[in-house]
Design a protein around this ligand. Structure first.
Ligand code: CU
Length: 410
């Protein structure tokens, strides 16, 4: 008996200590009108959180409780979905309108509260009503409990969020209403964006030989995007809040809803470089139309020459360069023991821009029938999230989410 107590006591003390360190991370999101000019167009009123596009970044540590008070000052009904969060015992906080909650109306408010025990990495949040997630979104970063030094890779010198979006020169709520009324899908976005689309440097000039952890999030509604930085390469270390076995590449492709964490060493000559995102679409020519534009932002080194020369531009893949997309997706392997190594079923390729299907790590030949009945389908999507971060922004499989409290989309 004494022996069992001597074993249990340190465990109990450790639990108390970790609970003692867990914090409540509290935010207030005022959702309202924002007047903004994009693409050299006159100002347009959009819906945004706290007057920001993207909205505020939430930073928590593993084990914390996130509390967000949402105040709806916009003219539209609203919910927020915490993309990729396992809602364990807090299913009502998941956010899909008419699945886990009724949307709250203009003038209303709602408090979301959920715990992030056992979860860490790069995720994000977005509106889950109409097309409003086109402008109502932001990053949700969960650090390890021990902070950046507890990463399963060398602690980077700095971290930056790189968030892609899709921009319409239109009222996105009206776009969705029109699509519902006519049965004709809304047209493609007019442009892709990186962060606030200001073309400026990430935040401050980067420093030679420092290592940056880029938390790359694709908040676009529809389009997978390639991402490159001229004269730089990446080491991918995580996808969708799962650590991966690190691998080197000079390009990543990020599906809508997906996140990729990549280390980038500032090892190029001191100067200015473009980072750029461009669309990937293997459905050409039969897939839905998409914007064939690129989004760019400038990466600038500290101490560089004062020049008006344009920065170097990375060579971007072709829109339908599936071989390059495969080179990004296929090497993704979960990091650590116990993670599933092989999906036991195929999932269906449900994304209109991505026409191939996968069986574990193998891309199926066109026409191969590996689609499983729905119960397998749901389970396999979850496993594949770890194996090969899915390229689809799958949403709102409500009954399962409500039943077992786990996310069933990537
Ligand atoms: Cu989502």
């Amino acid at each position: 008996m004494v022996r069992s107590w001597s074993l249990l006591l340190p465990l109990a003390l450790a639990l108390v200590a970790s609970a003692a360190h867990a914090a409540i991370v509290e935010h207030t999101f005022n959702v309202g009108n924002l007047s903004i000019s994009q693409l050299c167009q006159p100002n347009r009123i959009i819906t945004a959180v706290n007057g920001q596009l993207p909205g505020p970044t939430i930073r928590a540590r593993e084990g914390d409780t996130v509390v967000v008070h949402l105040v709806n000052e916009s003219p539209y009904s609203m919910t927020i979905h915490w993309h990729g969060i396992f809602q364990r015992g807090s299913q009502w906080a998941d956010g899909p309108a008419m699945v886990t909650q009724c949307p709250f109306q203009p003038g209303g408010n709602y408090t979301y509260s959920f715990n992030v025990t056992g979860q860490e990495g790069t995720l994000w949040w977005h509106a889950h009503f109409s097309f409003l997630r086109a402008t109502v979104y932001g990053a949700l970063i969960i650090l390890p409990r021990g902070g950046a030094k507890a990463y399963p890779f060398a602690k980077p010198d700095k971290e930056e969020v790189i968030m892609f979006g899709e921009w319409w020169n239109a009222n996105v709520f009206d776009l969705q209403q029109m699509a519902l009324l006519t049965g004709i899908p809304a047209g493609p976005a007019d442009a892709y964006t990186i962060n606030d689309n200001s073309m400026r440097n990430l935040c401050e000039p980067i420093r030679k030989n420092e290592t940056y952890l880029l938390r790359i999030i694709n908040a676009a509604l529809n389009t997978p995007l390639f991402f490159k930085v001229a004269n730089h390469s990446f080491t991918v270390v995580a996808a969708d809040a799962c650590y991966t076995t690190p691998y080197k590449t000079d390009v990543v492709v990020v599906g809508p809803g997906q996140t990729v964490d990549a280390l980038m060493v500032a090892d190029a000559a001191v100067g200015r470089y473009y980072m750029a995102a461009s669309p990937y679409d293997s459905g050409i020519p039969s897939g839905p139309p998409f914007s064939k534009t690129n989004a760019t932002a400038v990466l600038e080194y500290a101490g560089g020459p004062n020049t008006t020369l344009p920065p170097a531009l990375p060579q971007l893949p072709q829109f339908n360069d599936t071989d390059t997309a495969d080179r990004t997706w296929v090497p993704l392997q979960p990091h650590g023991a116990g993670a599933p190594r092989q999906a036991d079923r195929a999932t269906r390729g449900g994304h209109p821009h991505v026409r191939h299907r996968w069986d574990g790590r193998r891309r199926l030949p066109a026409g191969a029938d590996a689609v499983q009945p729905e119960p397998h389908h749901v389970r396999v999507e979850h496993e594949q999230r770890v194996l090969r971060a899915a390229e689809e922004h799958l949403h709102a499989r409500g009954p399962l989410q409500q039943r077992d409290g786990r996310r069933v989309h990537p």
